[in-house]
Design a protein around this ligand. Structure first.
Ligand code: PMV
Length: 338
């Protein structure tokens, strides 16, 4: 169906369903600029991951007195954090579309929610795209990404597919594609260490890090160079360099946060990290990255996925493995061919 036809058939129906994948930052962002713009303090670069997905339907309904959010089959409390954040995004869409209509949001992840697997990234990317189309706004992907970023900065990157950068610092906030999904011989093998939600949100963890970490200024000063090196490695298709830089970025971010008392890793995360390093020592080239949660994501070449899978699955505390690959950006469900 062409875009024009789809828009015409959607007109009046006031609902839309969107699909988005999480992304994993290869060069991390951690920390925000002052103010309420939700602009990252540092630039970041990620890869969007097919193999995990969020599916979200937004339906505007003039008979509703409040927005409703059903997340993974659970109706969320009206004053709960998830529902309040969803309403904030919808308020921006309502203002742009000149409507006051409330909406019902039904969203589901096929992976653990809010546990450091970037569910907020795929969640807000899918919500932004579905809400914009349900409101019949004809927005560019860049504008949808900007809307998503205001709710969760990393969500801007999930609007796009492949390798994606998000600007940070003084001119920050914009995001764009750096290279397509096939730019690198790369697979990401996720070692899930718990199905539970994490205890400190990334927003709270960043705030405490900015207030308390003696290493925060050094992290911010180093980030533009770290990002530029990663960008060059991705564009060159250099798996080894991408892996080395990604592991260093993750460990720098966690060192900075840990110095403020924020510890996302558990014994299982560290055991998995040790196993990744043992793989490298034995000639199996793999690298680790860790976000604001206890799971480990392992970067490997396509040909090594089975070997990496087997070794990570045997690590005590790893409960299951998810194999992912560079994938597409957010899209409407009726455009979804995967
Ligand atoms: O934008 P948030 O709140 O999802 O924070 C993302 C923080 C990290 O995942 C740890 C790093 C990153 O760049 O995605």
């Amino acid at each position: 169906m062409s875009n024009a036809t789809r828009r015409a058939s959607k007109k009046g129906s006031r609902w839309a369903t969107a699909v988005a994948h999480p992304n994993i930052a290869l060069a991390k962002y951690w920390g925000k600029l002052p103010g309420d713009g939700n602009v990252p303090a540092v630039p970041s670069l990620s890869v969007t991951l097919a193999g995990m997905r969020t599916t979200t339907t937004v339906a505007f309904d003039a008979t509703l007195v409040d927005d409703e959010l059903i997340l993974d089959d659970q109706l969320q409390a009206a004053n709960g954090r998830a529902k309040i954040r969803a309403t904030q995004l919808l308020d921006r869409v309502r203002a742009a579309a000149s409507t006051t209509s409330r909406a019902r949001i039904v969203s589901a992840n096929d992976f653990p929610t809010a546990s450091g697997l970037a569910s907020s990234a795929s969640g807000f990317a899918a919500l932004a795209l579905a809400a914009v189309h349900a409101a019949d706004l004809d927005w560019s992907a860049e504008r949808v990404a900007d809307l998503a970023r205001r709710s969760s900065a990393s969500a801007a990157r999930s609007v796009f597919g492949g390798f994606v950068e998000l600007d940070g610092g003084a001119e920050g906030g914009a995001s764009r594609v750096v290279a397509g999904p096939n730019a690198l011989d790369l697979r990401v093998i996720v070692a899930v260490t718990t199905e539970a939600a994490k205890s400190t949100s990334s927003t709270d963890g960043m705030k405490l890090t900015q207030e308390r970490s003696p290493y925060y200024a050094a992290w911010v000063a180093d980030a533009p160079d770290a990002h530029a090196r990663m960008r060059a490695a991705v564009v060159a298709g250099d798996f080894t360099r991408v892996g080395e830089l990604a592991e260093r970025s993750a460990l720098s971010m966690h060192a900075c946060a840990m110095a403020a008392g924020i510890v996302y890793v558990t014994g299982a995360t560290l055991a998995a990290l040790a196993e990744v390093r043992a793989m490298r020592a034995s000639g199996l080239e793999a690298y680790a990255t860790i976000d604001a949660g206890p799971h480990l994501k392992c970067l490997a070449r396509c040909a090594d996925v089975a070997a990496v899978h087997e070794r990570l699955a045997a690590v005590p505390g790893v409960v299951r493995i998810i194999e992912t690959r560079p994938g597409e950006g957010a899209r409407l469900a009726d455009e979804d061919a995967s």
